[in-house]
Design a protein around this ligand. Sequence first.
Ligand SMILES: [Zn+2]
Length: 86
Amino acid sequence: MEKFTIVEWESKGVLLFGKEKRNWNFQCPNCFQVQSVEDILKDGFPPNLAYTYCRNCNYRAEKGTFGKGKLISLDPAQEVEIFDFA
Ligand SMILES: [Zn+2]
């Protein structure tokens, strides 16, 4: 699984989708649905759920992403598994 620092991950997101994070898309590793930050906001969820919670099947990234997600290190002691970009 690819590992990023939060800064590297944000750079990759900007490259893929542009600076406006509402347009960033993520894919659920469980049901493969693609959702954007905009979709999550419309449902009334906080934006970070776009890459940690699937609105289709209610799957959560903290349960694991079957090797399909990304590992983000917030600091050397803490890594978080999240959905991959779609
Ligand atoms: Zn899902």
